[in-house]
Every structure is written in structure tokens, then in C-alpha cells.
Design a protein around this ligand. Structure first.
Ligand SMILES: O=P(O)(O)OC[C@H]1O[C@H](O)[C@H](O)[C@@H](O)[C@@H]1O
Length: 283
């Protein structure tokens, strides 16, 4: 019997085509639009992800919150990937397109769900159809999210996870390392942890540990990473939040993005990027 079920709508996005997957007490909801994970609850009611109440998918907007999939580039496209200088969206081509449900499988210790998308309009590769797969493995106490593209090519990707935090001031992220590129100030820095979220934070950490730990409220979220070369930490703070139409003015206080990313483009290579989430109670 399939462990996944199709569902129309999630939260205020009432017409969004989604799939729900369950394993014991754990559940997730993923949208076919963007291959976008919207909810991960290890226990009923224990939401780990943040979704903007103003997220919208009409007018081809990418959804704000959850786990956006950035591919085959991250942020604005680099000239190296865009020889003809086409006008292309931020964070790649797959956030605002429909993905296809492939299958779901039941195993003894997890249930899985796989989606994929094909694109034939990657700048510089237009003669080719490229395929990207998202595999979600839901265990009783953890979720692993894997993004794969077998084509050896110059490509970037990120699992751009928005994690819910009860209090931004009390949130800490450990394991990021000290070296980072600060995208706000456009400079490289070496700085001891921990990060304090009292201003816009947009940093690419260059030597992150394979396991990060995010402490917030009475919970600790362990974030395991594989196939990455960096971790992006983002919180827009007050001023940028106000400028973003799909973010409530105070929405920035409710999430921190910890993004497992593959950003270097030294040699053409296939992609296999994994982020695994495990929530534990600390008190
Ligand atoms: O507004 P978006 O295209 O979703 O991007 C949201 C954010 O994503 C990442 O975290 C980038 O590092 C930020 O520079 C960017 O502002």
C-alpha cells in the first residue's frame, strides 16, 4: 500500500497540489509546485518549518518558507553559467514550476516519496533535457531530503530551509565554522561563533561541519549535511522584511534559514545534496 496520499491545499494555499507522507507519528507535506517541502512534523503538531502566511504561488511566485529548492544556480546567476546573458530568475529554474510525483515506498524503518522535474532551458545547455530528483525519507525521528542530478555539469544547488524559531534573539546555530562571505557587506570575514541575529544576516559559511545544531526554545534541531561545500545562513531582519511583499513585517522574527548548499563551480560534476533533520527536546 502506498504510504503517500495526494492532497489539495496546505494552510492558506488552498488550491496547491500537494502530497502528504506519514511514517508512524511523523508526517510531511510537499508541494508539486517547486518540489517544495511545506511541513515536517516529527510528532503531530510539532512543526519544524516556517511558512509565510503571505506565501503565494500565483503569478509564478516562488513560495516563501518551507524548503525551497534552488537549482541549477543559487542567487543571481553567475556569468559562467549564463554565456548568452539571458534574463533568468533568482535561485534557479525549479522553484516556480510543477514537479512530477514519481513514487512512494514503504520500508521497515522509513517511508519515502520521490518527485522529479525535467528542464530543457538551462542557459548554455539548451539542447539537453536535464533531470533533477528530490527524495524525501521520513523516519520515526528524522527526515532526510536529497536532491540529485546525474549530469556532470557546472551547477549550484541549495536546500533553502526556513526553520521555525520561537524567539529569534534566543536562537543559536553551532557548527557553522568561522570563515564566511558576508553578502550584506560583500566581504570575507573570520569570526568566532555564535551568530547574533540583531541585523540582516546573509552569510555563506565556507567550512561548515557535517552536523550543525540549532538551539531554539526547548528544542535542538540537528542538521546533518552531505554533498555540500557551504552553508548559507539568512535572516532578513526588520528593514528587508518590510520590503518583501510575501513576508509580514515581523515575520523575520519567526524563522532562520540554514541552507545546505553546493556553490563552487570549479569542475563539472553531478549533484547529490542531502540535509537531514532531527528534532530533540532539551528540557
Ligand atoms: O527572495 P529569495 O529569492 O527567495 O531569496 C531569499 C534569500 O535567499 C538566500 O538566503 C540568499 O543568500 C539571500 O541573499 C536571499 O535574499
Amino acid at each position: 500500500m502506498s504510504s503517500a496520499s495526494a492532497q489539495l491545499g496546505f494552510a492558506h494555499l488552498t488550491d496547491l497540489p500537494c502530497y502528504r507522507l506519514q511514517f508512524q507519528q511523523a508526517s510531511l507535506v510537499v508541494s508539486l509546485y517547486g518540489g517544495h517541502l511545506l511541513s515536517y512534523q516529527p510528532q503531530p503538531g510539532q512543526e519544524t518549518l516556517w511558512l509565510s502566511p503571505l506565501a503565494s504561488w500565483h503569478q509564478q511566485q516562488p513560495l516563501r518558507g518551507g524548503v525551497p529548492i534552488c537549482w541549477p544556480w543559487f542567487g543571481p546567476i553567475e556569468a559562467k553559467l549564463n554565456p548568452e546573458q539571458q534574463a533568468v530568475p533568482n535561485h534557479g529554474l525549479v522553484r516556480n514550476r510543477m514537479w512530477t510525483y514519481i513514487d512512494s515506498q514503504a520500508h521497515s524503518d522509513f517511508n519515502s516519496l520521490t518527485l522529479s522535474i525535467s528542464i530543457d532551458d538551462m542557459p548554455g545547455h539548451r539542447a539537453k533535457t536535464l533531470s533533477l530528483t528530490l527524495c524525501l525519507r521520513l523516519y520515526a525521528d528524522k527526515l532526510s531530503i536529497t536532491l540529485e542530478c546525474d549530469e556532470p555539469m557546472l551547477q549550484q544547488a541549495a536546500l533553502h530551509s526556513y526553520f521555525q524559531v520561537p524567539s529569534l534573539n534566543a536562537c543559536t546555530v553551532q557548527g557553522l565554522g568561522q570563515r564566511f562571505m558576508d553578502k550584506v557587506r560583500q566581504q570575507h570575514f573570520i569570526e568566532a561563533e555564535p551568530v547574533v541575529f540583531n541585523q540582516e544576516i546573509d552569510r555563506v559559511y565556507l567550512e561548515p561541519a557535517a552536523q550543525l545544531s540549532m538551539q531554539s526554545g526547548h528544542y535542538q534541531l540537528l542538521i546533518d549535511q552531505q554533498g555540500h561545500d557551504s552553508t548559507v545562513l539568512w535572516n532578513p531582519a526588520a528593514e528587508r522584511s518590510k520590503a518583501m511583499a510575501d513576508l509580514p513585517d515581523h515575520g523575520y522574527q519567526e524563522f532562520v534559514c540554514v541552507e545546505t548548499a553546493q556553490l563552487q563551480m570549479a569542475t563539472p560534476s553531478p549533484l547529490q545534496l542531502t540535509q537531514t533533520l532531527q528534532l530533540t527536546k532539551t528540557e
